[in-house]
Design a protein around this ligand. Structure first.
Ligand code: DLL
Length: 431
């Protein structure tokens, strides 16, 4: 039990606040003393470490963003001597300078604990075979769930991503019970398992899927096809990786590991803190990290926090699934479009989760196309049926988005599969 400190997950509000207050003060003092970059930001705002007496004072601290991480790249935000740091991980982004994060051994231990909580919440224990198909290496998915699985004492299969045939073979031969990967890869694995007629040989009971946006419809689809319960998991490299928050059996949002990360919601335009229940940008302050103690880090993820009592008994605040990003929300012909809305329409209409949104600009006007893969049954329909389906989708999308994309149905398996995060958006506009 002590491994994943169940008592912390169920602590009273008062106990949690006391712990957060102590840890926050310690981390602010640590960052001020050891990170000249952050000290300069605090000095500029005229705030001293002793001004931060409780989480209520968080608003006095300056924000950090990806831009700061890029500016301070690579070592500018490292808060311990290099000799104390034992690991580097990096974000999956492909544009600009990569963002790197550092860990001491203690940071890794606490990260493992956060991921262990996620595995336990998904029903995992010592008798489970945890099949980790998140990428290993710089990406945090593989190392995070791997560490969590060890901490729980489950048998860990460090598959990494790729080689789908081998994934399925090991899954059958070794009796994997919990699958950890991106939801898009889970959907692809499900499709391959079914098409090979191997569903009977699969022993999976749960999946821990995250690292990218996925809809409720996609969850139900994966659950039905793999006969499992699918749990969401959230995190970002800058704050440690997966396990910043995780879902429990209620499946109504992800519990934030509040004894390690304090969550706030702010208005992305003004930076003003908003009360629980408001929709806004999620901001995290790390309160136990040694090497990379980011404070008030702007995630750009748009979420809602809720303190409604959870039937699982955990008292940790819950965050909704990210509903989009304050920075990569698509603006097409002046209309704000979230890819999750498009996904919801497709899944609702019975389409598989493989789709691509292609945006371009021709003669100063945005073009907007949604390519959706058909199921094999749809593909064998007559051309007349296919065009009727395209029209149905078009009408549903127009009503959901307030803008009409060109809808093209494409053959099964014609959209390139990803073993990591799916490439859903191809934005060719040069603005
Ligand atoms: O994606 C860490 C991770 C690995 C999380 C495995 C869960 C499982 P990054 O590559 O730094 O880290 O990307 C972080 O991915 O700010 C969100 O926009 C998005 N994201 C992560 N989890 C979810 C989720 C990892 N469950 C960025 N739902 C975050 C929606 C998610 N978006």
């Amino acid at each position: 039990m002590s491994y994943y400190q169940r008592d912390m997950e169920c602590a009273s509000r008062e106990t949690m606040r006391k712990i957060q207050t102590e840890r926050l003060a310690g981390t602010v003092a640590h960052a001020y003393k050891n990170v000249p970059y952050y000290r300069a930001l605090m000095d500029k705002k005229g705030v001293r470490p002793e001004d931060i007496k409780s989480p209520d004072d968080l608003g006095k601290l300056p924000f950090l963003s990806k831009d700061d991480l890029r500016e301070a790249y690579p070592y500018g935000l490292l808060a311990v001597p290099l000799s104390e740091a034992v690991r580097i991980q990096s974000t999956s982004g492909t544009t600009g300078k990569r963002v790197v994060a550092f860990y001491t051994q203690r940071d890794i231990d606490l990260w493992d604990e956060c991921c262990a909580r996620a595995i336990v919440a998904a029903g995992g224990g010592k008798d489970d075979v945890v099949h980790v198909s998140y990428g290993y290496g710089l990406f945090t998915g593989g190392p995070g769930l791997n560490g969590g699985s060890h901490k729980v004492g489950s048998l860990t299969l460090p598959m990494s991503s790729g080689n789908t045939e081998r994934q399925i073979q090991f899954m059958c031969d070794l009796g994997s019970t919990i699958l950890c990967c991106t939801p898009s890869y889970a959907a692809y694995l499900a499709e391959s398992i079914i098409s090979q007629g191997l569903s009977d040989k699969i022993r999976l009971k749960a999946g821990i899927f995250g690292a990218e946006a996925w809809s409720e419809e996609m969850r139900r689809d994966i659950e039905a096809r793999l006969s499992i319960k699918a749990y969401d998991i959230y995190g970002l490299t800058e704050i440690s990786g997966p396990g910043v928050s995780f879902e429990c059996s209620e499946q109504t949002g992800m519990h934030v590991n509040e004894d390690h990360f304090i969550a706030e919601i702010i208005d992305p335009a003004t930076g003003e803190a908003l009360p629980d229940g408001s929709k806004g940008e999620l901001v995290f302050s790390c309160i136990t990290k040694e090497a990379f103690p980011l404070l008030r880090y702007r995630t750009r993820d748009i979420c809602v926090l809720s303190r409604k009592q959870c039937s699982c008994g955990r008292t940790l605040v819950k965050m909704s699934k990210p509903m989009g990003r304050s920075d990569d929300m698509l603006i097409i012909r002046g209309v704000n479009v979230f890819p999750s809305q498009i996904e919801a329409v497709l899944m609702h209409a019975g389409f598989p989760s493989n789709y691509q949104i292609i945006i371009d600009r021709v003669n100063y006007t945005d073009t907007f196309e949604v390519q959706a893969e058909m199921t094999p049954e749809m593909f064998s329909d007559t051309v007349k049926h296919v065009s009727a389906r395209e029209n149905e989708l078009l009408a549903a999308m127009r009503s959901m988005l307030g803008i009409s994309p060109k809808v093209t149905l494409v053959a099964p398996r014609s959209i390139a599969r990803s073993e990591g995060k799916a490439v859903r958006i191809v934005d060719r506009r040069k603005i």
